[in-house]
Design a protein. Structure first.
Length: 220
């Protein structure tokens, strides 16, 4: 959703269909129910109002708890953001590294599956993905460094898939880094505008972006 001119209230967030996605399925299994609810609330608050403008009262109020309740489960608001951003980056990387994708033999078939999976993940979890991309400045330097390393792993995985196809002749002789950046940007940009009740399902968008990526790499 567009950057805000005024803060959204708990009721605003509860009623906003643009903030509905599958983010609650991302949280670690070892977290308790209240922790998971607080993370889901924080995702919506951060996406709507930004990390710095969101208060612990906002996060707790959205799940019917007192402001002090958050500190029982998370020592700081920054640690809430870190848990969200880390979960998002780790989950999407694991998603595109799924054995069903890495076992594919053909370079074009594998890259197509990677791009589609990456796009589908960002569409299904577009609220968390938005926070992962826009609110990194709220992390401590140490936590920021950990996330940057995860991003490097994802970028390297994509570059490797493109480079493999260039090397075996499946793709045109392209600038691997630039083309990889373009493909990643397609999926990442959708977090600004995508909504699950829109005209395209995550899977439809995944196929469409995979088609576009193959056109970028088509041999002359």
């Amino acid at each position: 959703m567009a950057r805000r001119q005024a803060r959204f209230t708990a009721q605003d967030l509860a009623d906003d269909s643009r903030l509905r996605d599958h983010s609650p399925e991302l949280w670690r299994d070892d977290l308790g129910e209240v922790q998971r609810r607080l993370l889901s609330s924080a995702v919506r608050c951060f996406a709507a109002n930004g990390f710095h403008a969101t208060t612990t009262r906002d996060i707790a109020e959205c799940v019917g708890l007192s402001p002090a309740a958050l500190y029982v489960h998370f020592p700081s608001k920054e640690l809430v953001l870190y848990e969200i951003v880390r979960a998002g980056h780790e989950r999407v990387l694991a998603h595109v590294r799924d054995p069903s994708i890495t076992s594919l033999d053909g370079s074009a078939e594998r890259l197509r599956a990677i791009v589609s999976a990456y796009t589908v993940w960002h569409a299904r979890h577009h609220v968390t993905a938005r926070v992962c991309q826009i609110e990194l400045h709220g992390l401590t330097p140490e936590h920021y460094g950990e996330i940057v390393e995860l991003r490097h792993q994802t970028n390297g995985y994509f570059r490797g898939a493109v480079a493999r196809g260039v090397a075996d002749g499946s793709f045109a002789k392209v600038d691997v880094t630039r083309v990889t950046r373009a493909m990643l940007s397609l999926a990442i940009d959708l977090v600004r505008w995508y909504r699950l009740d829109g005209p395209d399902s995550p899977e439809q968008l995944g196929e469409f972006y995979a088609d576009l990526s193959m056109k970028l790499l088509a041999p002359g």
